[in-house]
Design a protein around this ligand. Structure first.
Ligand SMILES: CSCCC(=O)C(=O)COP(=O)(O)O
Ligand SMILES: [Zn+2]
Length: 212
């Protein structure tokens, strides 16, 4: 049985919590976290992680809806972290520069997985420059699409294997579910989320129309 000490949360925790709450409000305003879907996190300087409590509406988060976990995903305050916590912690473990992970359940991510199998290729878009390391529209990125899985440790392992084999990516889609992206700050992760969402939308319109 894990015991929880009554340690006060740091100013940094509350700052990150506010950033996640604001991000949630914005993401919800776009319709990308319907019902209680989605989850968000931000890493603190000591390696612990501020993450959304499981089951809360991500557009109406209060400070109490953000909790603290250790880098392995264990609760440090007795609250129940997101059911998908391991998908966050594995990204932080792999990418030391990543300080925030965002997971929306958007219509476009869901449609993309219906229209494309295994991956979607995004190329020749000016908006690719919103992603780190890209400075020209003459770029090509691959966003992998994984099958949904209720077994989150198994899904996290599948993502790990993909990254081992293919190298770095900017995000990934889970079919019939949503997508994950991340960044060096909550703002950066939000920019990546918006850019990917826009590019998924374009590809859906293009390929959906072609299929008619
Ligand atoms: C109602 S959405 C099903 C769970 C899910 O996919 C999700 O993103 C939200 O789960 P959490 O435990 O983070 O609230
Ligand atoms: Zn989800």
């Amino acid at each position: 049985m894990r015991k929880f000490s009554m340690t006060l949360k740091s100013d940094e925790f509350y700052l990150k919590a506010e950033q996640l709450i604001a991000a949630g409000r914005f993401i919800d305003s776009k319709g990308w976290v319907p019902a209680t879907s989605g989850n968000f996190s931000a890493r603190l300087a000591d390696g612990n992680i501020a993450i959304t409590v499981s089951g809360r509406h991500k557009g109406r988060l209060q400070t109490d809806d953000i909790m603290l976990i250790d880098p392995q995903g264990h609760s440090l305050d007795g609250k129940k972290p997101s059911a998908e916590t391991l998908l966050h912690t594995s990204i932080y473990r792999r990418y030391p520069d990543v300080q925030a992970v965002l997971h929306p359940h958007s219509v476009n991510a869901t449609l993309t997985a219906r229209l494309f199998q295994n991956e979607i290729v995004l190329e020749d878009y000016e908006l690719l420059k919103a992603l780190p390391g890209i400075d020209t529209h003459e770029s090509r990125i691959v966003v992998p699409i994984f099958a949904n899985d209720q077994d989150i440790p198994r899904l996290a392992a599948e993502v790990e294997h993909y990254l081992d084999a293919h190298g770095d990516i900017h995000g990934y889609i889970i079919a019939g579910h949503g997508f994950y992206t991340w960044g060096a700050s909550v703002d950066d992760a939000l920019r990546h989320l918006e850019a990917l969402e826009f590019l998924f939308d374009i590809e859906i319109r293009l390929h959906g129309v072609k299929r008619l």
